[in-house]
Design a protein around this ligand. Structure first.
Ligand SMILES: C[S@@+](CC[C@H](N)C(=O)[O-])C[C@H]1O[C@@H](n2cnc3c(N)ncnc32)[C@H](O)[C@@H]1O
Length: 276
C-alpha cells in the first residue's frame, strides 16, 4: 500500500477515536516514522516496510490514547523556529507566539537589548526572541532541571545564543544585570488548582509545575522584576483569559502604561507594563 493510501486509512482511524486535526496528525506521525518532509511523503511510491508500518501503528494507538502529538513527533513549531519537545517539559502553545510579538514591540529599536525569559520550558520564547532580534542578549531561567537541560539543548541545536540558568524566577541572574534589563518576559504557570482537575488528560501530560499557579507567579514576578529592569524597561506576562483585570491591577501598583493585549482568538492573553 502506498503511503498516501495508508494515510487515508490512518486519518479515518484517528477521526473515529475523536482525535482533532486527524489528517495533519496522521501526516506528522508518518513524516516522523519515515524521517521525511511532506514533499517526500507524497513523492514516495514504495510502501511502508514491516518495521515502519508497526512503528506507525503504535504511534496512532498512542495518539488515540491521549499522548500529545508533539511527544510522538518530538518537536513543536514556534514562530520561525522548531523546538525539540519531550515529556517532562511544557509543550509551547501557539497563543504564546503573541507574547513574542509583544516582546519585540517593547524592545523597539534599542541596540543590544537585555532580555530575560522567566520559566523558559523548551526555551521557545527566549529562542524566538534571539532568532528575531539578532544582537539581543537573552537570558532564560527555569526551576525545572529538565527544562534547563532541554532549552540548553535547543539553543545549541538552533545555533542561537541564550544563557539558561536554573532557579526561582529572577534569582539565578548575575547581579551585574540589576537595573540593566530591558525586558522581562514570561509565560508562567497560571492554571488554578480547581481548573487543573478539569483539564483534559492531554493537557495534564505537561508537568504540574508548568501549569498550576493562578496569579501567584505574576504577583511575585511583578514585585521582583522592578528590581532588575532599567527605567523604561518592560514586563510582559502571559495570563489566563479571565485574569486580565486582576493581573493589570497588580502591575499598576508599580508599573506605568499597563495594558492588556488579546490573542488571535480575541481572548485577553498578555499584560504589559513599563518601569517608571
Ligand atoms: C507554562 S510553562 C511555559 C514554558 C515556556 N515559556 C513556553 O511558553 O512554552 C511555565 C514554566 O515555568 C517554570 N516555572 C514554574 N515555576 C517557576 C519558578 N518559580 N521559577 C522559574 N520557573 C518556574 C515551569 O517549570 C515551566 O517550564
Amino acid at each position: 500500500m502506498r503511503p498516501s493510501e495508508v494515510l487515508t486509512r490512518a486519518t479515518a482511524y484517528l477521526e473515529r477515536h475523536g482525535v482533532e486535526s486527524a489528517r495533519e496528525s496522521a501526516e506528522a506521525l508518518m513524516m516522523t516514522v519515515l524521517s521525511t518532509d511532506r514533499a517526500g511523503l507524497y513523492a514516495r511510491s514504495e510502501g511502508l516496510s514491516m518495521g515502519e508500518a508497526r512503528t506507525f501503528g503504535r504511534a496512532l494507538c498512542q495518539r488515540c490514547a491521549g499522548t500529545p502529538l508533539q511527544h510522538l513527533t518530538g518537536e513543536q513549531a514556534f514562530r520561525r523556529i522548531s523546538v525539540t519537545v519531550r515529556p517532562g517539559v511544557f509543550i509551547p502553545r501557539p497563543e504564546t507566539e503573541v507574547l513574542v510579538e509583544v516582546a519585540l514591540e517593547c524592545l523597539g529599536r534599542r541596540e543590544e537589548p537585555v532580555v530575560v525569559d522567566v520559566g523558559t520550558g523548551t526555551g521557545a520564547v527566549a529562542l524566538a526572541i534571539a532568532d528575531e532580534r539578532p544582537g539581543s542578549r537573552v537570558f532564560a531561567t527555569d526551576l525545572s532541571p529538565e527544562a534547563v537541560e532541554l532549552s540548553t539543548e535547543n539553543a545549541a541545536r538552533l545555533g542561537l545564543s541564550v544563557t539558561v540558568l536554573q532557579g526561582d524566577l529572577l534569582d539565578p541572574l548575575p547581579p551585574t544585570l540589576r537595573g540593566a534589563v530591558d525586558l522581562v518576559v514570561s509565560n508562567p504557570p497560571y492554571v488554578t488548582d480547581a481548573e487543573y482537575d478539569d483539564l483534559p488528560a492531554e493537557v495534564r501530560a505537561d508537568p504540574r509545575l508548568a501549569l498550576v499557579g493562578g496569579t501567584r507567579l505574576h504577583e511575585r514576578l511583578a514585585a521582583g522584576a522592578i528590581r532588575w529592569l532599567r527605567r523604561g524597561g518592560a514586563l510582559a506576562v502571559e495570563i489566563g483569559a479571565s485574569q486580565g483585570p486582576e493581573v493589570a491591577k497588580v502591575l499598576e501598583r508599580s508599573y506605568e502604561d499597563v495594558g492588556i493585549v488579546p490573542d488571535l482568538a480575541r481572548r485577553d492573553r498578555i499584560v504589559v507594563g513599563r518601569r517608571p
